[in-house]
Design a protein around this ligand. Structure first.
Ligand SMILES: [Zn+2]
Length: 212
């Protein structure tokens, strides 16, 4: 068969690989009824944060009065994406953008040690992770990116109360795709699909993210 396209699922499994940022609501699911115990059907209840597992942040997450997830057309969440390999074990720095040949609106997904070590899908939060520096976030704005993705649940350094990267990216109308797993994805160019749930007024939403 010709024309077979590889589809990469870059989402983490909720309730197994996912974990919450400290202070956030952890994902949980419980059965309210099961066939096994005499119920009519299997029915479960899910409790989670808008930032559980693989998710997208809309500008309203940090910017008062900015738009929320359901106010964007779905086209916004389908983009040409560049998967960039990062060797730096601490943070993403501006020099990583030197070779980036993107068009305005493209997505850039950083594949870091967070994917290589399995940290992004290990089921528990670690304070040590590769994050996006403030200066690198400024490069994302200069490059006019549409979506910036990181293989961890947060883009700012742990303990950075300024949340500079969140503010710079969202303030420049760049969506943030957090909690992806790029372990199996070779660096290169793809089409990204990461559609948020259509939740009224939400500042963020879990997504099923894939690369084709
Ligand atoms: Zn988030």
């Amino acid at each position: 068969m010709g024309n077979v396209r590889t589809v990469y699922d870059i989402s983490v499994t909720l309730g197994e690989e996912s974990f919450a940022y400290p202070g956030d609501t952890p994902y949980s699911r419980e059965f309210l009824m099961t066939v096994e115990k005499g119920g009519f059907y299997n029915l479960s209840k899910v409790v989670m944060s808008a930032h559980s597992g693989t998710h997208i942040d809309a500008p309203f997450h940090f910017i008062p009065g900015a738009r929320t997830v359901e106010q964007f057309a779905v086209q916004n969440f389908i983009r040409t994406a560049h998967v960039v390999s990062i060797q730096d074990k601490e943070m993403i720095r501006p020099h990583e953008f030197e070779k980036l040949d993107n068009k305005p609106g493209d997505a850039v997904l950083f594949k870091t040690q967070n994917s290589e070590t399995g940290r992004c899908r290990c089921g528990s939060f670690s304070k040590e992770y590769v994050y996006i520096s403030k200066e690198a976030s400024e490069c994302c704005a200069e490059k006019k990116l549409g979506i910036v993705g990181l293989d961890y649940i947060a883009v700012d350094r742990y303990g950075d109360m300024e949340c500079s990267s969140h503010k710079i990216l969202l303030g420049n109308n760049i969506f943030i795709l957090e909690g992806i797993n790029l372990e199996a994805v070779p660096p290169g160019r793809y089409t990204l699909f990461c559609l948020p749930l259509k939740m009224k007024g939400a500042e963020a939403s879990p997504v099923r993210a894939i690369l084709i």
